[in-house]
Write a protein that binds this ligand. Structure first.
Ligand code: BES
Ligand code: MN
Ligand code: ZN
Length: 497
């Protein structure tokens, strides 16, 4: 989809979009209302339309103008209007028109601004929102008819300073491309995306952008001593690997920030096998790693002035004659030993080794790891908030406020020594699950904490937010790309310069 910026309408027959805050029509809307003989205000009076963010009133074949439709879109309350609302408005426009058969739309931004978002920022962010909402994966559909596909191919944003809007859009577009990369790899089926094919895909995507990509193959990580990660993958015919990405956009000697991800390309549960129903969904068990590659894509794409490292552990968790057993004891890269009591608690084993590796090799300012780690977080928080666990209050505050800005919300849950006894093992240094069913997300986080040392660290449990079961304003159902905009915002707000 193309997002175009222009100073005046370019195609008068395309649908025209104008805006209203809750109560007041913008100047652009008032002007249009005049041209259609007041039809807009009459339609408003005849409906329940309130002007809430993203609310749509669609007038077909209005007389007085050549456009096929005149669409009024709500901006919500003017004093609450911010960048996130602007993006959601763009998403709503795409959502309303994508399947209508229209191939393009003219969005008249004139007079739409508020304290936090001037007209240019509104235009650029709206464009990003429309772009984000448009991503879909059609490559496995060979028989789709034209009218089953979205016809909408271009969104033209009409704003007085089109050049400046386009300039502001460029980094936002780079960010959207990061989100798209995340969604793509999360969406790909596990027969196509497995550890080594995924690693290749990362290399192919990021190398041209100036990211240094290293693929640490099975023999290497085995020799290094990543016994926990390698143990998870030992039942699969697909070799495990670790991918290290370095974006060096900051000063030569600046300490990097580090993002670490769980990349289980398919989680059957292993010998502690999962039930059959919905097991296919476990292709998204690599969404944490996908957010990491997406944020590195976004930072490199807009040449961010930061040194950022991404480390992802890629494995497939399968049952087989060579698979790990409940009762096995593995030695992690840190030297600590783990008794495996449930082979389905594999994400923490993968992360244990990559967290330790990232800490030792890069000595980063902070580490944020993302993982679809526990079903328990879905029970606790559902699909609206990801779980946040951290040993550092300042890092937490920054993450929470970044999440509010991007709409990728986070809710902090506790870590506490008191939970340690739940994962102490009678025979090894620790066990990979607690004996009861209580506080499953917390004990998993408590386990991870044993591999981060003193480094400021946060763990984001995204099991509930990485995959959506219905369309939302900024994504269709399926892979959401959760975490990419959040972490890009964190870096841009606090760590660039
Ligand atoms: N990948 C799952 C967690 C998950 C569940 C992700 C639902 C997305 C949606 C993880 O590896 C897992 O199986 N966790 C177990 C842990 C248990 C064995 C302690 C779980 O949550 O049931
Ligand atoms: Mn599992
Ligand atoms: Zn898993």
């Amino acid at each position: 989809m193309d997002i175009i910026f222009a100073a005046a309408p370019t195609k008068d027959t395309q649908p025209h979009v104008v805006f209203t805050f809750e109560r007041d029509l913008t100047e652009g809307a008032k002007d249009m209302d005049g041209r259609v003989g007041g039809a807009l205000t009459r339609a408003l009076e005849a409906s329940r339309f309130k002007g809430k963010v993203g609310e749509v009133l669609d007038l077909r074949a209005p007389t007085g103008i050549n456009a096929t439709r005149l669409v009024l879109v709500g901006l919500g309350k003017q004093d609450k209007f911010n960048a996130l609302a602007a993006a959601k408005v763009g998403g709503a426009i795409y959502g309303a028109l994508a399947m209508s058969g229209e191939t393009g739309v003219q969005v008249i931004v004139g007079g739409a601004h508020a304290d936090k978002v001037d007209e240019t920022a509104f235009a650029a962010t709206l464009g990003q929102g429309a772009l984000l909402r448009s991503w879909r994966c059609d490559r496995f559909k060979t028989k789709q008819k034209e009218d089953e596909k979205p016809a909408l191919k271009e969104v033209t944003v009409i704003t007085s300073d089109a050049t400046k809007a386009k300039e502001q859009f460029t980094p936002l577009e780079a960010l959207a491309k990061g989100v798209f990369f995340t969604r793509e790899v999360v969406t790909l089926p596990p027969n196509i995306l497995y550890p080594l094919s995924y690693a290749q895909r990362i290399k192919e995507e990021l190398t041209p952008l100036g990211v240094e990509v290293e693929i640490l193959e099975l023999a290497t990580i085995t020799k290094m001593g990543m016994g926990a990660l390698v143990g998870v993958g030992q039942g699969s015919v697909q070799d495990s690997c670790v991918v290290v990405m370095q974006w060096k956009g900051g000063a030569k000697d600046a300490t990097p920030v580090a993002f670490i991800g769980k990349g289980v390309t398919f989680d059957t549960g292993g010998i502690s096998i999962k039930p059959a129903s919905n097991m296919d969904e476990m292709k998204y068990d690599m969404a944490g790693s996908a957010a990491v590659v997406g944020v590195i894509r976004a930072l490199a794409g807009r040449k961010a002035k930061v040194n950022a490292v991404g480390v992802v552990g890629l494995v497939e968790n399968m049952p087989s004659g060579s698979a790990q057993r409940p009762g096995d004891i593995v030695t992690t890269l840190s030297g600590q030993t783990v008794e495996i009591l449930n082979t389905d608690a594999e994400g923490r084993l993968v992360l244990a080794d990559v967290l330790w590796y990232a800490k030792e090799r890069f000595k980063p300012q902070f580490m944020v790891n993302l993982a679809t780690l526990t079903g328990a977080i879905v029970v606790a928080l559902g699909d609206q908030f990801a779980g946040l666990f951290s040993n550092n209050d300042a890092l937490c505050d920054k993450l929470v406020s970044a999440g509010k800005e991007t709409g990728e919300k986070l809710w902090r849950l506790p870590l506490d020594e008191a939970y340690d006894k739940d994962i102490d093992s009678p025979i090894a240094d620790m066990q990979n699950i607690s004996n009861g069913r209580k506080a499953g997300s917390i004990t998993a986080a408590q386990f991870l904490q044993r591999f981060v040392g003193e480094t400021p660290w946060a763990h984001l449990d995204i099991a509930g937010t990485a995959w959506a079961y219905k369309d939302e304003s900024l994504h269709a159902k399926g892979a959401t790309g959760y975490g990419v905009r959040l972490l890009e915002n964190l870096v841009r707000t606090h760590y660039e310069g």
